[in-house]
Every structure is written in structure tokens, then in C-alpha cells.
Design a protein around this ligand. Structure first.
Ligand code: HEC
Length: 329
């Protein structure tokens, strides 16, 4: 072994040994709760103080107005760690209001960064789930609203037509509506009452007969966080109706006729984090342009890489065949 190689090998071993000596930090268990509790109300989907978002690894790596804040493997070069470990009362300390983090918390952040700032992608999905129940977390910037009489009437109407529309958690007004279970029995006419349900955060129209015209009923649903439109006849024109959905974080367009023109219309959706484009008519170039305009969005477009989606597709086909049989085709 050459002398220089030996030095490198020993250094690598020593570094590995040091990491071993620290406790292994688990992002979801140890770090995410700190970010959620102490940082996201100023560095999340709603506000980005100092130009910084801390709700996904990509966003955190992008940094803030003064550049990089997170250097995986190097806590001592990471402004994120410096800011939380300053003496209480310092000008730069984060959080800049309220209680400083405890020593145990700042040590966890230090070790987490030194161990490579592991931040699983599924953790982003988790943050989105939390956003669905905003009243306890303040995440997503949604403030609880009371249903209006028009809304109560609209909900009664939807329920009478067999739509499940229920609170997302106990003691909250936020609701989810699932039309998917009624599938092709659902037409635009069934969607009409939706426009009054302002407390709706989660809407599933997958596999229904909704058209571009039916999507007009979504114009007013400005609190919507999750929207399923997969397996429907909607096209680019319908997406115009989503432009007011400032909190929309999840949009599924799998198996629709969406093209690059439709993607242009999504660029206004500032909160979008997850976009599904399997089996659509978008091009490589269209997706690349969108990704550039919206770096925070995780775009999935190949079901062949996604066993779960493939299975879903096969199931959908079997279902469709059954439907056809039922209808005597
Ligand atoms: C009450 C609001 C608030 C909270 C909570 C908060 N911050 Fe900040 N943060 C700010 C403001 C305002 C700035 C920009 C001014 C500055 O640079 O001090 C900032 C800037 C930063 C910056 C520098 C960004 C840059 O590049 O300029 C980092 C890093 C940071 N915050 C990390 C955190 C972390 C980590 C937490 C949670 C432990 C946190 N902040 C909690 C308000 C907040």
C-alpha cells in the first residue's frame, strides 16, 4: 500500500469510528419534531423568513438569502447548527422568538448533520400529512374556519348522494371528500355542491366522470391540500380552475390527457410538493422545464419504476373490465 493511500484509509477509518461513537440520529424521530415545533412556522410552506424553507432536504440544502445553511457531514460549517447553538439572547439565534432549543436538541442537530443530514423522502410525505391536520400544528398556514350555513347545506346534499365527506381528525372542521368509491357513477352534476365546502382539505375524484367543466367547482376550495384526479377525462383546459389553490401540496394526474401546456398552468401552485404524471402526454422537456421552475416539487412520471402504481393500474384495468361487463359491453 502506498503511504498516501494508507493515510487516507486511516483517516477514513478514524472518521468512521468517531461517527460510531455518537448516537445514531433518526431524522423522523429526532429531528423532524424539532423542525416542526420550533422552525416551520417561519421556515415552512407559508412563510420563508430569511428566504429559507426547512420542510424538505432539497429546500434546506438550497439555503436562504445568505446562501448555504446545511453542509451534510459538517455541522461546524452549517449556519443552521451555528444559529441554534448561539448563547440565548444573541442577535442571530434561532428560533429568534420564544425559548431557545435545549442542549440535547442542539446536540441532536449537530450529530445529525455530522452523520450526513439523512432526510428520507418519505419524511416529506409525512410533513404533507401533518399539513392535512393544520389546526394542531399551524403547518400549512391554515387557520381553522367555521362552516357557513351554505356549507352545512352543501355537505348534507353530498352525503345524501352517497359521498363520504368527513372531518380529517377529531374536533376539527377540516374535511375530506371521497368520490372515488362511487367511481364512474359520479358526474359533474354531483360535484356542484362542492364549491361551498370551504373546509375541504382533501378531495379524491379519481376514477370519476369529472370533466374540465366540473373542475370549476374547485375554484373556491382554496384550503385544499390534496387532490386526486387520476383516471379521469380532464385535460389541460381544466387545470385553469386550480390556480387559486394556494395550499395544494399533492396533485395526482396519473392516466389523464395532460400535456406540457397543462404543466404551464401548474407553475402558479406555490405550495405544490408532490406531482404524479404517470401515463400522461407530457414530454421530457416539459417536465424538465417544470422542475426548473418549481425545484421544490417532487415529480413522479414513470409507473414502470413504481411497483405500487403498476399494481394500481392493473387493478384499475380489471375494475374497468368488470364495469364494462356489468354494462353489458
Ligand atoms: C419566529 C420566526 C422564526 C422562527 C421560529 C425561526 N426562524 Fe430562522 N429566521 C427567522 C428570520 C426573520 C430570519 C432572517 C433574519 C436573520 O437572518 O436573522 C431567519 C433566518 C434563519 C437562518 C439564516 C438564513 C439565511 O441564509 O439567511 C437560518 C439558518 C435559520 N433561520 C434557521 C432556523 C432554525 C433551524 C429554526 C428552528 C430551530 C428557526 N430558524 C426558527 C425567523 C425565524
Amino acid at each position: 500500500m502506498k503511504r498516501s493511500t494508507l493515510i487516507v484509509a486511516v483517516a477514513a477509518w478514524a472518521a468512521g469510528a468517531r461517527v460510531e461513537a455518537e448516537t445514531k440520529v433518526d431524522f423522523v424521530k429526532d429531528i423532524q419534531p424539532i423542525l416542526q415545533e420550533s422552525c416551520l412556522k417561519c421556515h415552512g410552506p407559508e412563510k420563508q423568513k430569511g428566504g429559507l424553507r426547512l420542510d424538505s432536504r432539497a429546500a434546506a440544502l438550497k439555503g436562504g438569502k445568505d446562501g448555504e445553511v446545511l453542509v451534510p457531514g459538517q455541522a461546524d460549517k452549517s449556519d443552521l447548527y451555528r444559529r441554534v447553538s448561539l448563547a440565548p439572547g444573541s442577535d442571530d439565534i434561532m428560533p429568534n422568538k420564544g425559548d431557545p432549543l435545549t442542549k440535547a436538541q442542539t446536540d441532536l442537530i449537530r450529530d445529525w448533520i455530522n452523520q450526513g443530514a439523512v432526510w428520507p423522502d418519505t419524511a416529506i410525505a409525512k410533513a404533507t400529512e401533518v399539513a392535512v391536520a393544520p389546526p394542531d400544528t399551524g403547518l400549512g398556514g391554515l387557520t381553522e374556519i367555521k362552516p357557513t350555513p351554505a356549507e352545512t347545506a352543501a355537505i348534507a346534499k353530498l352525503e345524501a348522494s352517497g359521498i363520504a365527506i368527513r372531518p380529517v381528525a377529531m374536533n376539527v372542521n377540516w374535511r375530506e371528500a371521497n368520490f372515488h368509491t362511487l367511481g364512474t357513477n359520479v358526474t359533474d352534476a354531483n360535484l356542484a355542491p362542492l364549491k361551498d365546502v370551504a373546509t375541504l382539505v382533501d378531495l379524491n375524484l379519481a376514477g370519476t366522470r369529472v370533466t374540465d367543466a366540473g373542475l370549476q367547482n374547485l375554484n373556491t376550495l382554496t384550503n385544499l391540500v390534496t387532490l386526486h384526479l387520476e383516471h379521469t377525462k380532464i385535460s389541460d383546459a381544466g387545470l385553469v380552475n386550480l390556480k387559486n389553490l394556494a395550499h395544494l401540496a399533492y396533485l395526482n394526474l396519473y392516466d389523464t390527457a395532460i400535456t406540457d401546456q397543462g404543466l404551464e398552468r401548474l407553475k402558479e401552485l406555490g405550495s405544490l410538493k408532490h406531482l404524479y404524471l404517470w401515463e400522461t402526454k407530457v414530454t421530457e422537456q416539459g417536465v424538465a422545464d417544470l422542475q426548473k421552475a418549481m425545484p421544490q416539487v417532487q415529480i413522479s412520471r414513470g409507473w414502470e419504476n413504481e411497483p405500487a402504481a403498476k399494481k394500481a393500474k392493473e387493478e384499475a384495468k380489471t375494475e374497468a373490465v368488470k364495469e364494462d361487463k356489468k354494462e353489458g359491453k
